[in-house]
Design a protein around this ligand. Sequence first.
Ligand code: ATP
Ligand code: MG
Length: 588
Amino acid sequence: MNEHSPETELEAFFGPRPAEPQPLQRLGIVVSGSLSKGLDVKLDQGTVIEGLAVGRYVVVRGQTGRRFFSMVTDVQLDALNPLIEKAPPDTSDPFLARVYQGTAVFGRIHITPMLVLDPLPSSPPMGASPPSSPPMGGKEGGREPKPVKTIPAHFTSVYPASEEEVALIFGQETEPGHFYVGDPLEMEGVHVALDLRRFVERSAGVFGKTGTGKTFLTRTLLAGLTREEVAVNLVFDMHNEYGWKSQDEAGQELKGLRQLFSTGQVSVFTLDEESSRRRGSKVDGVVRIGHDQIEPEDVDSLSSLMALSDVQVGALYFLRRRLGQRWVARLLDEDDPLEELESALERGTIHGGTLGAIQRKLGMFRRFDFLQRRVPEDPVRQILDYLDRGVNVILEFGRYGSSLEAYLLVANYITRRIHAHYVKRKEEALGERGKEPRPLVITIEEAHKFLDPAVARHTIFGTIARELRKYNVTLLIVDQRPSGIDSEVMSQIGTRITCLLDDEADIRAVFSGISGAGALREVLARLDTRQQALIMGHAVPMPVVVHTRTYGTPKFYAAMGVREAESPEAVLARGRAVLRGEGNGEGF
Ligand SMILES: Nc1ncnc2c1ncn2[C@@H]1O[C@H](COP(=O)(O)OP(=O)(O)OP(=O)(O)O)[C@@H](O)[C@H]1O
Ligand SMILES: [Mg+2]
């Protein structure tokens, strides 16, 4: 630039212009493709192919100013002349290697366009160099990203997505109801915010093999739902990982939700007071269920686990009618002669073998100390009181977490009653005789046990998943075997967050009912073994792969509003710094 240019004169007058953001480096150009199969992109000479992992988020800047938001779904090598494969050149000379790279041989990526954003009226004309950061406007400007219905022309340029573009698609984490859940691949520091309001509108699932980070991710999501007060949560905490402290695989201690939030926000209930006390967990209530509170439907939900036949299940209802409210207590009492039943047995209404089998199978309940002959309080009433006040409830299972029967029994027992209460409240609200109940999210682990095809049709969790949010109740299911979940229920799971899965049937299950799933399979199969997840469905405008937000760092706790207690040494050091005149004394 010439010394006397108007620019320099202006700078002399007004001071230097603020530095322009660095233009994004072009990755390559579109060379072929179709709407149904996605686009092939020839990489530019300077683009390092190894830096382009599947799952990465790129943007094709169309010639009319349209932007096609896309995901890398395959990476390939290609050559101008196929013979080069037979006689590869000597590339020990770096100069020669450079000459070949990008001309005779080059990289290609396959990308799948997911969304398109129409240009702003002031977009640069065709052929202009790309803006360093795209004009903002997006949702604020009334322009929603739309589904892709066309493709960009030949030789259109492809760029990595910028931070602004990620925010444009997913929303800013500072917007109410949005929560930062992770960073897109190769874009560390750029925050993908999940729209939690949409997240709770339908049931959601967190899937992945064991050890991939499902529990950590679920805890992060629950922290978000609590902080943003989008819904109230009821968590059936099988392994005591959500309420009070737990450990990661390296043995480092982590705070649970009860430690991150105040008593008025999160409460912990337990089925096993002793275990909670041993772990130092602060408990707000102990759940005990009376024998006379159990209904045949509660036992029915365990039918496949207890191997109850249809005849035996039918007999449960019969026994309840004949024996009254104390039916379970009487069946469990070995000294009770059950005379009333004898006549029924004689008349052949119920088979002697059936009764014996039921008594034997129910015998397992004797091991559950939380089941007692009579209990003074109603645990469901207590939990509902908390939920109605907007306090999240985490139910720790203590030692009973290792018994799937106990987990299923209690989760079904409580959920059935809470759901009934919600249905009543919602109907009252519709009839304008009451207030809408707060949206409730129920979290269950090992979800396929609740939702396998044999039980999902007639148990409460299947019902909740199917009726969507009609009664303001949705599920957050955590599972490592999604293929075990009834396909009809799976198709109702709105948002699916999937960590690594390698079983073919599980992969098929999480993609059921998702359009364009073919291309995403490669992405899912190549996630890292932990802390990476593919998020797709109702809560995100387009599928996205993220490195999930790290749970358990002081930074995370601070973002949740926890003020770390400083060690005495740190306080002393800060004091000395102030005395030396180095600090501002803040906090003293
Ligand atoms: N978001 C995260 N922040 C910090 N550490 C994480 C995160 N995700 C995963 N990890 C690490 O991975 C380990 C396994 O995660 P997690 O316990 O959540 O797995 P999981 O999928 O729930 O396994 P399982 O099916 O056996 O319950 C954790 O102990 C932790 O060390
Ligand atoms: Mg887990």
